[in-house]
Design a protein around this ligand. Structure first.
Ligand SMILES: C[S@@+](CC[C@H](N)C(=O)[O-])C[C@H]1O[C@@H](n2cnc3c(N)ncnc32)[C@H](O)[C@@H]1O
Length: 254
């Protein structure tokens, strides 16, 4: 059970905060809590606690999605977007940064996030981003569903070119080396324990490619050996490729 309150700050509507408090099943207060606080104020929604404060901000991503830079992003080099009408599923949306890269590359992205607090922060960041002319069209290609992708993805069979999986890694880094976002989000979410179910759900979509983000030296998700791997400095992408969308079960070694 996490220690969480929702706090109505200056410039926030009490009725909005009440709705949010019900949604995340936390008490509504007028001051910061002793653990985590979802703080609603005139700047939007942020997560505060343990001397840290974090708010999703897609404007900070603008340099990464600028013309000429986006194609150098490892995720985009691995996805290899080609042609119009591309669709992606991001089964573990988190704060939507990877989904934004995919949307900037032209994908219509269905995002799933099962943690109500993270989903609320993401929804708020998306709403604020729509006010930025450079981000508006991109963020409008991002569609968030709050819920468990393992249960919801099988309903999406045949709808996506790629499925992207980035469940929480087992915590390895020292706290001091992890950024603010991760420090707070790690307090909300545990590392993925249903790896096989998540991979099976991704396979049931029958995409052309499943891309899985892993720590550089981490084990394969669910122990399933991918067709190929692309390595960066700290992370790698394990890929299952199905150019003709068939025989997905066999490739995953079942
Ligand atoms: C490492 S974060 C993803 C970070 C994300 N790629 C980004 O760019 O911000 C993992 C997120 O996946 C969510 N998650 C894990 N398993 C999930 C599932 N089965 N369904 C929906 N969300 C899930 C967690 O709540 C967490 O917010």
């Amino acid at each position: 059970m996490i220690d969480l309150v929702v706090c109505v700050g200056e410039g926030a509507k009490e009725s909005d905060a009440e709705l949010l408090a019900r949604r995340v099943n936390a008490p509504l207060t007028n001051e910061l809590g002793s653990g985590l606080t979802l703080l609603m104020d005139r700047t939007g929604l942020s997560l505060a606690g343990y001397g840290l404060r974090y708010q999703g901000n897609f404007e900070q991503m603008l340099p990464r999605i600028s013309r000429g830079r986006l194609g150098h992003e490892m995720l985009i080099r691995v996805a290899k977007p080609k042609g119009p009408g591309l669709k992606a599923i991001d089964a573990a949306a988190g704060m939507g940064e990877d989904a934004l890269l995919l949307a900037a590359a032209g994908y219509e992205v269905t995002m799933y996030e099962r943690n109500a607090v993270i989903a609320a922060l993401l929804r708020d960041a998306m709403e604020r981003a729509k006010e930025n002319a450079l981000l508006k069209d991109i963020v409008e290609r991002m569609h968030l569903t709050e819920g468990n992708s393992t249960e919801l993805m099988p309903k999406e069979a045949g709808t996506a070119d790629i499925v992207y999986l980035d469940p929480m890694f087992p915590p390895r880094q020292k706290t001091g080396l992890v950024n603010k976002k991760l420090q707070l989000i790690q307090k909300l979410e545990q590392p993925c324990v249903d790896e096989r179910a998540m991979l099976d759900a991704a396979l049931s979509v029958r995409p052309k490619k499943i891309i899985i983000k892993r720590p550089l030296k981490g084990a394969y998700l669910a122990g399933a050996e991918p067709n190929y791997t692309v390595k960066g400095k700290a992370i790698r992408y394990d890929c299952f490729a199905f150019p003709d969308r068939f025989e997905t079960d066999e490739v995953a070694g079942r």
